[in-house]
Design a binder for this molecule. Structure first.
Ligand code: UN1
Length: 487
């Protein structure tokens, strides 16, 4: 089946006349054909977004909110169907796929209700008979460029706040999960988003993404994806609002006083949930030397029991990687780790399930040094590196010894360590006695260092998609001069 772009309220073919395929990563079967769009398609979409802008941005935000409430209801109604689609096209296990859709539902209700808030603030003036306040105005046309690992949640993190704030949108989803994007857009259309407000353009980053980034009519970009693409966007976008959510190399610290059973659950979930394909995945475990051996044994025993397979099959713990290139990348990192002198405790192999699919066995390296590539580079697969720490200060130094800083965790029963870690770990998120994954939608989400510059979620999502405008209202009936009329 061939799927189309959605531009100016209509499902249309790309001017290129070309298509690309999306595959189920568990069995390599083709799911559908999608438009391999180019720069021209983006320009047409920008035109539509420009024409729709006046009407949409002038619509009372509460009315836009009503459309979002309907979208949230529809997402809820279609949760099972969408969840199955996520499991099929992206590959993660069904419970996580349903969680992906639930995250979209939560964001949509939250942002719908913002229609009756969108607060600015009022403050005093240094002059008499003058009133000061801020209001929120939309940015304009924004580009939302999204990854495949959360194919409904991440588009909703961007598109819902962008809509409620009154922006019009060009949406470019990952070419690994275009069908999830098509179904998501269908729901928003059904909910009543007017024509031209939300435009879906599928296709490569090199054409569609590039035009979105470079086109001057686009005033804001929100991107989640690879660090190198983020850098390229910063260098090529010109002066725009740019929100970047990039990669990471998240660590979990396990102190000698930790409850190791809870820590074990956290490491398994953080490292192998979503097959390690989250920007919040735990790919380093920094464990106190006193409990290292014991924890390694516990971890290996648990990993032996993890079942690989299609995300749609009940009882499966770990789904496939997203595609062949990902499988090759993860395989090559295991070779790198071995060459660097790390010891592979378990896993390390690409495998097929029923003769098909991009599966990789959950893998644990130990005796790792922090400067090894397997401790520095984002692998985005089920590979975890164990690093020994001498004490708390050493653990903090090691967790911070990477370029990235998105998520982090510490397992300890010692309140002093917990409070110190909250401040000392360089990351946008720190979990105490919980894994590195599982952010909630009303709290800010985003990284420091090379993990990006944005905060999404909750009111911070509204900040990302609105301009704060300052209003000075002088009712004195004469010219008053700030900083000069001081007496
Ligand atoms: C991502 O991997 O890009 O906290 C986002 C979490 C999810 C979001 C992950 N709610 O892991």
């Amino acid at each position: 089946m061939e799927y189309l772009n959605y531009i100016n309220g209509e499902w249309v073919k790309s001017v290129s006349g070309e298509t690309f395929e999306s595959k189920n990563p568990a069995n390599e079967r083709v799911i559908g054909k999608f438009q391999k769009s180019n720069e021209e398609d983006v320009k047409v979409a920008i035109n539509a977004a420009e024409n729709a802008y006046e009407n949409w941005s002038e619509m009372p935000a509460a009315k836009r909110g009503e459309i979002l409430f309907r979208a949230a209801d529809l997402l809820m109604k279609n949760k099972q169907k969408l969840g199955k689609l996520v499991a099929t096209e992206m590959g993660k296990v069904l419970s996580e796929s349903l969680g992906d859709v639930q995250e979209a539902i939560d964001v949509t209700y939250y942002m719908a209700a913002e229609g009756r808030r969108l607060f600015g603030h009022t403050t005093t003036s240094e002059l008499r008979d003058k009133f000061c306040m801020t209001i929120r105005v939309p940015i304009g046309i924004v580009g939302c460029i999204t990854p495949w690992n959360f194919p409904t949640a991440i588009p909703s993190w961007k598109i819902m706040p962008a809509l409620i704030c009154g922006n019009t949108i060009i949406f470019k989803p990952s070419s690994d999960t275009p069908l999830c994007a098509v179904e998501f857009v269908k729901i928003l259309v059904k909910a009543g988003v007017p024509k031209g407000v939300l435009n879906l353009v599928t296709g490569p980053g090199g054409t569609v993404g590039k035009e979105i980034v470079k086109n001057k009519k686009i005033r804001g970009i929100s991107f989640t994806g690879h660090r190198n693409t983020g850098k390229w966007i910063l260098q090529n976008a010109g002066i725009k609002r740019i929100g970047l959510e990039l990669g990471s190399k998240n660590g979990i610290i396990i102190m000698d006083d930790a409850n190791l059973e809870i820590a074990l659950d956290g490491v398994i979930w953080g490292a192998f949930g979503t097959t390690g394909q989250r920007c919040t995945a735990a790919s380093r475990v920094i464990v106190h030397k006193k409990v290292k051996k014991k924890f390694e044994n516990m971890l290996v025993n648990r990993v032996k029991k993890l079942k690989l397979g299609s995300g749609l099959n009940p009882g499966v713990d770990v789904g496939p990687l997203i595609n062949k290139a990902a499988l090759e990348k993860v395989t090559s990192y295991v070779e790198i780790g071995k060459r660097e002198g790390a010891k592979l405790l378990i896993g390390g192999k690409p495998v097929k399930v029923k003769g098909k699919g991009y599966f990789f066995t959950p893998s644990i390296f130990t005796n790792c040094n922090i400067d090894m590539n397997i401790c520095q580079d984002e692998i985005f697969g089920p590979v975890v590196a164990i690093i020994e720490a001498k004490n708390f200060d050493d653990a903090i130094k090691k967790i911070n010894s990477v370029d990235y800083g998105l998520s982090s965790a510490i397992y300890t029963e010692n309140i002093r360590y917990a409070f110190k870690a909250m401040k000392k770990i360089e990351a946008g998120l720190t979990y105490i006695n919980s894994s590195t994954i599982g952010s909630e939608i009303h709290l800010p989400f985003g990284g420091v260092k090379q993990s990006g510059n944005a905060r999404e979620g909750g009111i911070h999502g509204i900040d990302e998609f609105s301009e704060i405008k300052t209003i000075y209202f002088d009712y004195s009936g004469r010219l008053q001069k700030a900083q000069i009329d001081t007496s």
